[in-house]
Design a protein around this ligand. Structure first.
Ligand code: TRP
Ligand code: SF4
Length: 349
């Protein structure tokens, strides 16, 4: 049963409100979202409650961080006429569904989530032994199910969360559905093809490693960051041949440069005909040509941040409408409908 069968498929995804986004966020998610907004009915939200699951102690920048994320979305080309952008905490229905889903989610399911163990072991500077941190995949399930999302574009690390969402949906449907109808469709993860984007130190680009290139970095900063970027360690001297397949700068070229440049790098590096400085300059050229139009688009909203905030507000209102419709169904399925009339119906059954 789908009440939206004649509509476009619905896509839902969120990003934590971490502040300014970097090229890894762009390649790993945002670029893909921008392409999807034409094809699907898209809901994209800033997950500020999710940010709280790890950064609960200091909330001084949380609103600013949400706004920064939105500015980068708009810069990258998400368009309020083509998708719904909103902020999680402005749609309180997510919290109500999270509460109800938490009642039916076995603890064992949460303790088995790979990111749970990993992050508790790896992040030592914060106390993650909280109820909210353990339960955050349930919140994510609520985020997805409340829009009855068909597809959830995510990176590999998030796939277990979508799987868990499917299990929770199934369990809810099993407990609370009539014979021929169920409330929640099971969402499918849409794996974002993982282009391996290295940071300046050669490790995966990540805010926590301090090796990022921001979407807002001005040209001189991009060029400077590229200069310090690690290269094929075998290429010690200018006359040593190198291998772009094991060089992080080579990886950047493969993602951002045109084919002619990639070929030029390949031949030139392996024969030591080009130097790393020259090669990095070309990589910087490619990045700058991608970032320039984004920064141009961002400027209008930076000068008028309330324009951006209005977009979030309008999107949140649209999201609340959909979310409250789902909550009516959820409450009815659980015999907790708000109307008095429903009491009679319930007792008759
Ligand atoms: N947990 C996701 C992350 O850390 C963000 C997120 C929150 C999300 N809710 C979501 C992603 C719902 C997809 C769907 O990246
Ligand atoms: Fe890397 Fe380019 Fe230097 Fe080759 S020439 S090692 S690809 S930076």
């Amino acid at each position: 049963m789908s009440s939206r069968s004649n509509h476009r498929k619905r896509v839902l995804s969120g990003m934590r409100s971490t502040g300014k986004l970097h090229l890894g966020n762009f390649v790993g998610a945002l670029d893909n979202w921008v392409r999807m907004q034409e094809q699907y009915e898209c809901f994209f939200f800033v997950a500020d409650w999710h940010a709280l699951t790890t950064d609960y102690a200091d909330t001084s920048r949380i609103k600013q961080n949400s706004l920064e994320v939105l500015l980068d979305w708009l810069a990258a080309g998400l368009d309020p006429d083509h998708c719904t952008m909103f902020i999680q905490s402005h749609v309180p229905q997510h919290a109500e569904l999270h509460l109800l889903l938490s009642m039916i989610t076995p603890l064992g399911w949460l303790e088995r989530v790979p990111t749970y163990k990993e992050q508790r072991e790896n992040i030592s500077e914060k106390d993650l032994g909280t109820y909210g941190f353990l339960g955050y995949p349930v919140l994510q399930a609520a985020d997805i199910l409340i829009y009855k999302g068909d597809f959830v574009p995510v990176g590999e690390d998030q796939v277990p969360h979508v799987e868990l969402t499917r299990e929770i949906a199934r369990r809810f449907n099993m407990f609370y559905s009539g014979k021929r109808s169920y409330v929640f469709p099971e969402p499918q993860p849409l794996l974002t093809p993982a282009a391996k984007l290295p940071g300046t130190d050669g490790r995966k680009m990540s805010k926590s490693y301090g090796n990022t290139i921001l979407l807002t970095d001005p040209e001189p900063v991009v060029r400077q960051k590229l200069k310090t970027m690690v290269t094929d360690p075998a290429r010690v001297r200018r006359t040593d041949p190198g291998n772009p397949d094991i060089c992080p700068v080579g990886d950047l070229h493969k993602i951002f440069s045109d084919r002619a440049t990639i070929a030029k790098v390949d031949v030139g590096c392996r024969s030591a005909a080009i130097g790393c400085i020259e090669c990095k300059g070309w990589a910087a050229d490619a990045l700058v040509s991608i970032l320039n139009p984004m920064q141009e688009r961002r400027r209008k909203y930076e000068e008028n941040p309330h324009l951006a905030w209005d977009i979030l507000e309008a999107g949140s209102a649209r999201a609340r409408k959909v979310a409250s419709g789902t909550m009516d169904e959820v409450r009815a399925a659980m015999n907790m409908s708000l109307e008095y009339e429903a009491l009679r119906v319930t007792r008759k059954q």
